[in-house]
Design a protein around this ligand. Structure first.
Ligand SMILES: [Zn+2]
Length: 350
């Protein structure tokens, strides 16, 4: 049976037809579902639908607008459909959206991961007729070791650095990864100095009721507090950490650490660990298979992943480099140069 036509591309990006909402569109005349508050998913639309947490974080980046906030698993009538948000496990407030109508069930994942996130309920693989899924790490090199192993390596690096009388500097994106890192660091007992803009997002988490565990503490970075502390900063600060922190040793947390070129891309770091807030290749494949979807569209990544799904016998098609941007899908093959540019783009913010 052919897959129902539940989603299309308008001039503004992906459009869920029955609900008449756009999905993570940067701008659109009507209503946009905002999956989470990373800057490339925020919207200038007059009306947005999202979780309470995403609404608060979205307001830090964009001026106020009409907002419909929904709890997870609470059905909401929208157009000719019922929509429901489900945890996406990517950041605080991140959500997938399920659109159910007489024509069938559509799920849009947004950015997601199936592994634990201390700031999200567990993300489960959605069942649906049509699946629109991100595929940031949709190629075989991006198989991440277990988080427990990665955290053990992170803590060993920090302990070794402190025992050398040097300062460990953990590099992670300011919203999402930064707070996950701070959660694990303070829980382990480290006292952490947090640079801006990460500290501002840590405050936002606390204001929304999501604190950081002890016994370790955290406060804003000040050079005089350095001895014996761990520093948490963004990759953008990496270029000259020695300017403020003598004898720093840096570790970056990014899924791109699995890239075969990682040691060249992150040559400025002493260590790169693929601790990610996205699904890895195996979890992406598992999502596609276990969703039961008769049609799969991929976004926010390489066309290589859709081709892989087709080789497994699934009906998959790559739609866009980003769900919020109108345009045509990229060609199936890309040059190394183009792929490297894409990596550089995503290294800025995920
Ligand atoms: Zn994201």
């Amino acid at each position: 049976m052919p897959a129902p036509n539940l989603v299309t591309r308008s001039a503004h990006g992906l459009h869920a037809l029955a609900a008449n909402i756009h999905l993570d569109a940067r701008s659109a005349p009507g209503t946009v579902f905002v999956s989470h508050a990373h800057s490339d998913h925020c919207s200038s639309a007059p009306r947005i639908i999202c979780t309470r947490e995403t609404a608060a974080l979205h307001a830090r980046r964009k001026r106020e607008r009409e907002v419909v906030t929904l709890d997870f698993h609470r059905p909401y009538a929208c157009g000719d459909a019922t929509i429901e948000l489900q945890p996406a496990g990517h950041t605080l407030g991140s959500a997938m959206v399920k659109v159910s109508s007489a024509e069938g069930t559509l799920v849009y994942t947004g950015d997601y991961k199936l592994r634990d996130n201390p700031f999200s309920p567990p993300a489960l693989i959605p069942r649906c007729d049509v699946l629109v899924m991100e595929c940031t790490f949709g190629s075989p090199p991006y198989r991440f070791p277990p988080d427990e192993e990665l955290l053990a390596r992170l803590f060993a690096f920090i302990d070794e650095t402190l025992s050398m009388g040097r300062t460990p500097v953990v590099l992670a994106y300011s919203f999402g990864k930064g707070q996950e890192a701070l959660f694990y660091l303070t829980r382990r007992g480290y006292d952490v100095l947090v640079k801006e803009p990460t500290a501002g997002y840590c405050d936002a988490h606390v204001e929304l009721g999501y604190g950081f565990p002890g016994p370790g503490t955290w406060e804003r970075f000040a050079p005089e507090l350095l001895p014996g502390r761990v520093v948490l900063a963004t990759p953008g600060w990496k270029r000259d950490p020695a300017a403020e922190i003598p004898r720093a040793r840096t570790v970056q947390l990014t899924g791109w650490g699995c890239n075969p070129r990682a040691r060249y891309m992150y040559g400025y770091c002493d260590l790169v660990l693929p601790l990610s807030d996205h699904a890895d290749f195996d979890d992406l494949v598992r999502t596609a298979v276990e969703s039961g979807a008769s049609k799969i569209y991929t976004v926010h990544g390489s066309p290589v992943f859709a081709a892989h799904l087709r080789s497994m016998g699934l009906d998959a098609e790559h739609l866009a480099a980003h769900p919020g941007k109108p345009g045509v899908a990229r060609k199936e093959s890309r040059s190394v140069t183009t792929a490297t540019k894409a990596v550089a783009q995503y290294a800025l913010e995920l």
